[in-house]
Design a protein around this ligand. Structure first.
Ligand code: GLU
Ligand code: MG
Length: 467
């Protein structure tokens, strides 16, 4: 297996992302050639969260390295079901934007060794396009910066490894949470995934088999917001690419089996100022700083609408159920796995170091989801919102009336409800801008109409390999 080779190459040649950015076309070409690359994939992630790419051959590097590849504007109007333009998206067959490589994101692909990938930013007449998801996140990073804040984040993915047996989809193991048997049974594929993540300078932190049969979790190191979202794209590419190479199907679909655990993609984030983590309260060990509380309150306030960005598929709502540790309730708590926002404690001082949003899955475009979370959090800071008391009970054990007394809501239980909330939310809409909102909503709406009456088997058939 040649999986290790690219990893060794990258480490030995000590090419940091910053250095790469400074390289001229000549040295980028040299780097690509010596890595044996034939094609460079320029990636984008659309409003339906499909990862797509157009690749150019290295021999044409001089023509592409700065201007990138052209894509139709209508690409931002395509739903997950088929390649057709959603009505009312404000986009049609006329017009092109340019997907310009961000060379700092260059990554090599051990599962497709003659291909490399870079993330693209959509450019329109030399300016970032208002509908570009990556640019939306960049704008939110700048908005935070204007308040003197930097956001660090990591997406924590769960996914299923599956095998197909004469058309039937079967889990690759039949074990339970953290079972060492699963570590042995999936050893080769996990090893390949980890090598491929390191090959892209993504630092792996922890791995364990998750609760569902065939379900896995690999967590990676946090990074600044834009890099974290880029890593989420690279992570999904690696997991699916390596699994495919080894004859398996990997799927991040939020709910695959009715009676088994869903796939979360919890978003971990922290607030920083001048290189210092300001999430913990320096005066009160174990508690959040006032600004972190406000940021969290903003997310809780906007969460029903934000879910159109963080849990945006029809299938997402099959996962969001009581007692599934998936963040189905609008509340927060210290180490409470049923709360939408969990504040994990740890033995470090100061603690807590970060906050986790559980009401999120990998059917979400990571740029749009994280951009929306930042917009909601900044609104909480501007309005000095308070998140209320932490919840230290399982809200699913209480009646609606009892929950109401404690200020806990059940969050939207279907995509239609989240779309309706988002449609009325001026804070999130202003952050995204009218054109991105129009296209994004058109895609969500056509997906909702197409899938709202499907049963789980039909959803799985359609979506298993899309996410
Ligand atoms: N699988 C759960 C989810 O859907 C999460 C379990 C956990 O806390 O890791 O979010
Ligand atoms: Mg987990």
């Amino acid at each position: 297996m040649n999986l290790g080779i690219k990893y060794i190459y990258i480490i030995d040649s000590s090419i940091s992302k910053q250095q790469m950015a400074k390289e001229s076309t000549k040295s980028i070409g040299k780097t690509l050639k010596s890595a044996g690359v034939e094609f460079v994939r320029v990636l984008w992630c659309d409003n339906a969260n499909i990862i797509r790419a157009k690749a150019f051959h290295v021999s044409t590097l001089a023509d592409h390295w700065q201007t990138g590849v052209g894509i139709s504007r209508a690409q931002q109007a395509i739903p997950v079901m088929y390649d057709g333009v959603a009505v009312n998206a404000g986009l049609g067959p006329v017009g092109e934007v340019w997907l310009v490589p961000d060379w700092e994101t260059l990554g090599f692909l051990p599962f497709a060794p003659t291909h490399a990938q870079v993330m693209g930013t959509m450019m329109d007449q030399g300016q970032p396009w208002s509908l570009c998801p990556r640019h939306f996140l960049q704008r939110m990073v700048m908005a935070a910066d204007q308040l003197g804040l930097q956001i660090q984040a990591a997406f924590e993915n769960e996914f299923y490894l599956l095998k197909t047996n004469s058309g039937e989809i079967l889990p690759n193991d039949r074990t339970v949470f953290a079972a060492t048997a699963a570590m042995n049974q999936n050893y080769s594929v996990i090893d390949g995934i980890v090598a491929a993540l390191f090959a892209q300078n993504i630092q792996v932190e922890r791995y364990y088999p998750e609760s569902g049969p065939g379900q896995q979790e690999i967590s990676i190191r946090y990074a600044s917001a834009l890099t974290a979202a880029d890593h989420q794209i690279a992570f999904r590419e690696v997991v699916r690419g390596v699994a495919h190479q080894q004859g398996l199907v990997a799927s991040f679909l939020p709910k695959i089996f009715t009676d088994q655990a869903g796939n979360g993609c919890h978003l971990h984030f922290s607030l920083w100022q001048d290189g210092e983590n300001i999430t913990p309260n320096p005066q009160q060990q174990g508690h959040l700083s006032p600004i972190a509380r406000q940021f969290m309150a903003g997310i809780l306030h906007h969460l029903p609408a934000l879910m159109a960005l963080t849990t945006p598929s029809v299938n997402s709502y099959r996962r969001l159920k009581a007692h599934c540790w998936s963040g189905a309730f609008r509340c927060w708590g210290y180490d409470n796995r049923e709360a939408a926002l969990r504040v994990p404690s740890n033995p470090q001082s100061p603690s807590p170091t970060h906050i986790e949003l559980k009401t999120m899955d990998a059917s979400a475009n990571p740029y749009i989801a994280l951009g929306g979370v930042i917009a909601a959090g900044l609104d909480g800071i501007r309005r000095q919102l308070e998140p209320g008391e932490p919840v230290a009970i399982d809200p699913g054990n209480f009646s609606d009336a009892e929950r109401q007394d404690r200020g806990i809501d059940y969050l939207p239980d279907h995509l239609g409800a989240a779309i309706a909330q988002f449609s009325q939310n001026t804070v999130l809409q202003e952050a995204m801008g009218a054109e991105l909102v129009q296209a994004y909503l058109a895609v969500r709406q056509v997906e909702w109409e197409a899938m709202k009456d499907m049963n789980l088997a039909e959803e799985v058939h359609l979506l298993l390999e899309r996410y």
